[in-house]
Design a protein around this ligand. Structure first.
Ligand SMILES: [Cu+2]
Length: 120
């Protein structure tokens, strides 16, 4: 679904509350673009605390972004983002440390959709 242009302002309000899809990039957010089969950038370094990711699907099929800590526990995840859509993923309090992020749609991680995240 292509809501990006039509619903820009309405959706931006919802995204600020943690819901909804396509929206403009929030100030101070970290943009991560998903394609087949990679995240760009695939290595991220962010300050610990509240972190806002602007997750953009620049590919042709649906993707998501799942953040896991060193023990493999999921600490945050986006909704499934349709091709051409975007999602604002707010992590209220990210502890300093090393994380990985993947797309957990079947086969996507194995095809290259994974990356590293460091919070300092
Ligand atoms: Cu994917």
């Amino acid at each position: 679904m292509r809501r990006l242009a039509a619903g820009l302002f309405a959706v931006a309000v919802l995204a600020a509350c943690g819901g909804g899809g396509g929206s403009a990039q929030p100030a101070g957010s970290i943009k991560v673009t998903m394609t087949e089969w990679a995240f760009s950038p695939s290595s991220l370094s962010v300050p610990s605390g509240k972190v806002v990711f602007y997750v953009v699907n620049g590919g042709t099929i649906s993707h998501d972004l799942v953040i896991r800590d060193a023990s493999g526990t999921t600490v945050a995840r986006s909704e499934l983002v349709s091709a051409g859509d975007s999602f604002v993923l707010t992590v209220p309090s990210l502890a300093a440390g090393k994380y990985t992020f993947i797309c957990d749609q079947p086969g996507h991680e194995a095809n290259g959709m994974h990356g590293d995240l460091t919070a300092t």
